[in-house]
Design a protein around this ligand. Structure first.
Ligand SMILES: *[C@@H]1O[C@H](CO)[C@@H](O)[C@H](O)[C@H]1NC(C)=O
Length: 130
């Protein structure tokens, strides 16, 4: 279905451009015409322009959705496992080690400092000096 996406999008864009041009032409013609300036049907857009614009928009949306690839996993562990197995192709100049495992930054970080332990160690060190 991917081969269908680009022609659908292009056809939708052409139809949308035609709809926009038709609306512009209708606006210009109705503003310059003096036949029925007070009637609402002379100033409002015809229904076929609305239908053409909506159909073109839907066609463009369908073409873009068909042309997009398979969606990426949105769960963190699935995404990280996929990156670990295959490597990330999106970031080109990032660090090789960081690119291979997204959890490396978390696994390599230093732990919390235990202030009580440092304090007791320092007290023991001071008592050794006496
Ligand atoms: C911090 O050090 C103290 C003393 O050694 C110990 O009792 C405590 O469990 C440690 N706390 C943590 C979070 O490791």
């Amino acid at each position: 279905m991917a081969w269908l996406s680009r022609p659908l999008t292009v056809i939708g864009l052409v139809i949308l451009a035609h709809g926009c041009y038709s609306a512009h032409e209708h606006t210009v013609l109705s503003s310059t015409s003096v036949q029925h300036p007070t009637s609402p049907s002379a100033t409002s857009l015809p229904l076929d322009i609305y239908i053409e614009t909506i159909a073109a928009t839907l066609l463009i949306c369908l073409g873009l959705v068909l042309g997009s690839g398979t969606p990426e996993p949105i769960q963190w562990h699935t995404w990280a496992g996929k990156i670990e197995r295959e490597g990330d192709s999106t970031s080109g100049d990032a660090d090789k080690e960081l690119r291979s495992n997204p959890f490396n930054a978390l696994e390599a970080r230093s732990g919390f400092i235990n202030i009580s332990k440092l304090r007791s160690d320092f007290v023991k060190y001071q008592q050794l000096g006496k």
